[in-house]
Design a protein around this ligand. Sequence first.
Ligand code: FRU
Length: 494
Amino acid sequence: MTSQTLREARKYEDASGKLIRKEERPDFHLTPRTGWMNDPNGFSYYKGRYHLFYQYYPYESRWGSMHWGHAVSSDLLHWEYLPCALAPDEAYDRDGCFSGSAVELPDGRQLLMYTGVLKEHEERDIYREVQTQCIAVGDGVDYEKYEQNPVLDQRDIPAGSSRFDFRDPKIWRKVDGTYACVVGNRPADGSGQILLYDSADGFHWKFKNVLVSNQDRFGKMWECPDFFELDGKWVLLTSPQDMRPEGFEYHNGNGTLCLIGDYDEGAGKFVETHNQSIDYGIDFYAAQTVLAPDGRRIMIGWMQNWDACSMRSPDEPWFGQMSLPRELFLKNGRLYQRPIRELDAMRRDKVEYRDVTVSGVVKLNGIKGRKVDMELTVRPGDEEELYQKFAVRFAQNDTCYTSLSFRPRESILKVDRKFSGSRRAIIHQRRSLVKTENGELKLRIILDCFSVEVFVDDGKQVMTATMYTEQEADDISFFANGTANIDIVKYDLR
Ligand code: FRU
């Protein structure tokens, strides 16, 4: 049974989505069918296709009462929109269907677990949002909310923990056929914690343990957790709010955090051995993963920073992009990411240069475009003296460019979109510590109309940023202060 609220959303998105021309969107990064998009939700493989839901407000290009948008794909690059899956239409979620996840039930139905939001009146005009975990079950298009919702509420959280910050369940099916989920929450100390729950059938849930406590180390509230096994270890991904910077590892504001460690499943205990950022650029948040049928652990994130949403005018017909899906693996105790291999099938018109000396500005024939996959190796060009700075500029014309610059003496790689056409006083640059052997650096740069994703040293670090530069700005150029030597392999992506 579809509610009036959901019917209206579906009707609206159908009419309004048609008005957005293909050229107004990126090519292979998912954008909302119309209006606003934030976190990826319910990333799953179901009935032979990948499903991706997203936090969605169809009616305007700004955050509003949350729905779940829905798209499917067989290669994670070409997406087809399906009708809006969830709308805030029940007594327990009428103020929003917040983030969550998906799993397939043994009977072939798909179960969505999400956060229901309900505003509770406190005093005068003060309201607080009570958050509970809810379930909807469906066939890949239509979902019915469970009559016993919510399935987790304030009775299921440890004493002293907040019922106002209790959200973003990530569910998975265990080897023994039972289910577990992790949920972000705030304990009495005001910082974050991740709660672990167990269920025999996916519908009836029991609190198991506090999986990880922030204890005020990384920001405050921890949003959008994900927890999975990878290469013999266990990985917790989360997105902390209100971070303070720590060297070049963590930056101010909303950030990303990856904890790697060991997990005792029986006891529900996780012991951390390593922490790092997930993405070192400007725009990446709320990552969620799917286990692909071939065993790959694939991650996608909201390619946006909450503090920089004014980058794009709310008058535009859509707001928000998903990142490129990335394959995850561990190497030397760190999280590595590489663009999904499906992208290789979109590579066209290879242009290759070897051993190009760069000193000052260099432009090369055939190296331009805004939908590009470019591998770039940079080495010192002068044995006596290490270059001071190397830069690649792209999305460039007479007035605009976005750049990546590397200073080997300081080991700093910087992404800079200050001259991307932005009219807002927000973050436009971010630096990251990138250690190299003798100034030799390997980059893979993926451009898709409104974004750049840089995979450093075979995925050891990734830097992501959006840029809304006009599409005609499609030059690419290289620059060195001192002498650098570069190899380039570049493809257009189609
Ligand atoms: C993260 C987040 C989630 C929440 C959702 C609401 O970006 O704040 O914690 O579920 O967005 O749209």
